[in-house]
Design a protein around this ligand. Structure first.
Ligand SMILES: [Zn+2]
Length: 704
């Protein structure tokens, strides 16, 4: 059911953990060949009979609708849905033979499905509360609640009570091709009708949905506990270069620490190289099992030596029967990924028009064909701007590039402040989640929203303290509010958390406008995930101004554009690795975790060697495989580089219009039409990397 698609907990490229929620995945993995047309001899006869009978009753002008509707119902009707008499009775009773009845049916379904989606989402949010919020230990049964999806049977129920058939009898099913070709000429109502029937274009069994939801929850849990205790990393001299109590979640916090370490002139480089070493051991699964989320051992990630901790910085107890050894994590990372693959694959037989998760992700979720996305990523990766920007970074660093410099952050205009200075400012301003909540109207006014609109949106957002680094959870009905989950330490919010909160707030604002201010709730949301990320990036890009620091000047803006260009260069490769790994799994469905480990390492190396080696002069680097999304997010990563491209398109438009607030609102209210159509109406051009590349080119010449 596509109505659930925008309930994903959207994530920030900079730092957020949770991404795709089980219910979203379950709802997006469609269909049923078990529903293939029953070849009952009576079906054709009944259809012909009903065509004549109902055309005579309602008039010839209803005939095209009737023919289409009968075809659509026949396609999904199974023997256990009823015999010939039941089929005919159903059609006679439920065909809306005039416009007034059809309009009533449309609006009543819209209203009631909003209630269904909204309340299911509400239950899901509550059941995930203990896992999502900073609210004490997660007990085993909490994980079961989090893995449970009360909406898993809805699709089945709607086919058995025939409400799905009622829609299929009266409203058109469309293909991606039709939506791309005819969509530009459609009315808003036609788009809403297309989204309405899309919810029922598959008939997937509930047990398959449940298996997918469980795999998603389990992999999420694996990722959420993958911490590295940094004080316990030691070098050859036994030196500790990270501070006590520093616990970093892979990969988000590790990567962000690399970024932060550029401002540590003393130990920065040593820290960055050590983190790279840790990441590589995670990807290759040579990391000792015992060092994962365990402050009771010291670890030299270069030699891989493990010893009992010689210093204590945490009360976290040692794992029971802890064996001090460097026995590697036994490919759990790839076993976990394989579990998500095997769960996702269960839906394939029920999805004849998109028979792989890859096809469902691109054709149905993104609504941009995979080949087109791949071409856009490659266009960025092979841009002649890449070596030029790399050279500039090298000059600034005064040393040859290290592989971890894919996360170079020296282009940030905010780098004039140290992380510590920013942390202090943020902690003072936001000692609690409630303090952030209270400030939302002011933040929105600073972004150009009129005071009444700012207050209106703020009233629709609830801020909760997050267990992870933060996420946004929109609502699915107008009577519910969006939730902003943010990480607040005992010492107050830090800058990283603020940066993420601003991003997530962007999601919440989009969620609010696209649900509450849309002419059709059926069109709530955005065309695909990249769009909501793009809109969130717009907010995130202004985080320093929201702290009351100076707006970036032209030079700073050029810096930021180069930063985004470099980030897109980095994440485009990560996206290609994610795509490559899913293709490999489909090509090798019987693979063992060990084989998947080796394949992933090879794919990461290949992409690196093709696009990164030319500027880094280093071969066979595996860093592109470190993203946690690869393990628990079902081919989500290509959305990030798409997000950057789309963000540039949107941002250029915001600049033209002069103010973020009203333009953001105009765009968010368009809702979930097709990606290219949305973008054309928002900016005058279809989706593509050109805006990013042009901006980067201008920025590069402004920097010289
Ligand atoms: Zn996001």
């Amino acid at each position: 059911m596509k109505g659930f698609r925008s309930m994903f907990l959207v994530t920030v490229i900079a730092s957020v953990a949770v991404s795709v929620r089980s219910e979203e995945i379950a709802m997006q993995t469609p269909s049923s060949t078990a529903t293939a047309a029953i070849s009952a001899s009576w079906m054709k006869e009944s259809t012909t009979k009903l065509q004549h009978e109902l055309t005579a009753k309602y008039g010839a002008q209803q005939q095209p609708r009737l023919d289409r509707g009968l075809g659509q119902v026949a396609e999904f009707w199974r023997a256990d849905d009823g015999d010939q008499a039941a089929f005919e009775e159903f059609v006679r009773t439920n065909f809306a033979g005039d416009q007034a009845t059809l309009d009533t049916m449309f609006s009543r379904f819209q209203t009631l499905l909003e209630q269904l989606d909204g309340h299911m989402h509400e239950i899901n949010r509550e059941f995930n509360q203990q896992s999502d919020l900073d609210a004490g230990p997660v007990l085993p049964f909490d994980e079961v609640f989090a893995g449970y999806d009360p909406s898993a049977h809805v699709l089945d129920d709607f086919f058995s009570n025939k409400l799905a058939f009622t829609l299929l009898l009266n409203f058109p099913l469309t293909t991606l091709d039709e939506r791309l070709k005819n969509g530009p000429a459609w009315s808003r109502r036609q788009w809403a009708e297309a989204r309405l029937t899309q919810r029922f274009d598959k008939r997937i069994p509930a047990d398959v949905n449940l298996a997918i939801a469980q795999a998603a929850a389990e992999s999420g849990q694996y990722i959420a506990q993958y911490n590295i205790w940094m004080y316990h990393l030691v070098d050859a001299q036994g030196q500790r270069i990270f501070p006590p109590k520093m616990r970093l979640l892979s990969h988000w916090n590790l990567r962000d620490e690399i970024k932060a370490d550029y401002s540590d002139s003393q130990n920065g480089l040593a820290k960055q190289r050590m983190i790279q070493q840790v990441m590589e051991r995670i990807v290759t699964q040579t990391i000792p099992q015992v060092v994962i989320d365990n402050p009771n051992v010291d670890w030299n990630p270069y030699t891989n030596d493990v010893k009992p901790a010689a210093a204590k910085d945490s009360d976290k107890p040692a794992p029971e029967s802890m064996q001090i050894s460097n026995a590697p994590e036994p490919d759990t990372r790839y076993a976990t990924l394989l579990k998500t693959f095997n769960a996702a694959r269960k839906a394939d037989p029920y999805s004849p028009t998109a028979p792989t998760l890859i096809a469902r992700r691109f054709d149905e979720d993104r609504e941009i064909p995979e080949a087109r996305v791949k071409a856009m990523l490659e266009q960025v990766l092979s841009s002649p701007l890449v070596p030029q920007v790399a050279k500039l970074i090298q000059t600034r660093l005064g040393r040859p590039l290290d592989p971890f410099d894919v996360w170079y952050n020296g282009f940030r205009p905010g780098s004039q402040y140290t992380e510590a200075q920013l942390d202090e400012m943020v902690a003072k301003k936001y000692p609690t989640a409630a303090a952030y909540q209270k400030d939302i109207p002011n933040l929105l006014i600073k972004l150009g929203f009129a005071p009444d609109r700012a207050q209106y949106v703020a009233n629709n957002i609830i801020v909760d303290p997050a267990r992870g680094s933060g996420h946004a959870m929109g609502s699915q009905m107008r009577s519910e509010k969006a939730h902003l989950r943010t990480r607040v330490e005992k010492t107050g919010m830090n800058y990283k958390a603020f940066n993420i909160a601003v991003h997530e707030m962007g999601h919440n604002v989009e969620q609010t406008f696209s649900l509450n201010d849309n002419d059709y709730t059926l069109l709530q949301g955005v065309p695909n995930t990249a769009f909501t990320e793009a809109l969130a990036f717009v907010f995130q890009g202004h985080d320093l101004e929201l702290l009351g620091l100076p707006a970036p000047d032209a030079k700073s803006q050029a810096e930021r554009i180069l930063n985004d260009f470099w980030a897109t260069f980095e994440i485009a490769g990560v996206g290609l690795v994610d795509m490559g790994v899913w293709h490999w799994m489909y090509d090798h469905p019987q693979a063992t975790p060990k084989q998947l480990d080796q394949a992933t390492v090879q794919i990461a190396k290949n992409i690196w060697n093709q696009y990164y080696t030319p500027v880094f002069n280093r071969k066979d680097v595996v860093l592109l495989g470190i993203y946690s999304h690869m393990i628990d997010s079902f081919l989500y990563l290509p959305d990030y580089p798409m997000g950057h491209m789309i963000a540039f398109q949107i941002e250029e438009q915001m600049k033209k219009s002069g103010s973020i607030g009203p333009e953001f609102e105009r765009m968010a209210k368009m809702g979930r039409i097709s990606p290219d159509l949305w973008m054309e109406r928002a900016t005058g051009r279809p989706v593509g990397p050109e805006a990013l590349l042009e901006a980067a080119k201008r920025a590069l010449s402004a920097t010289r």
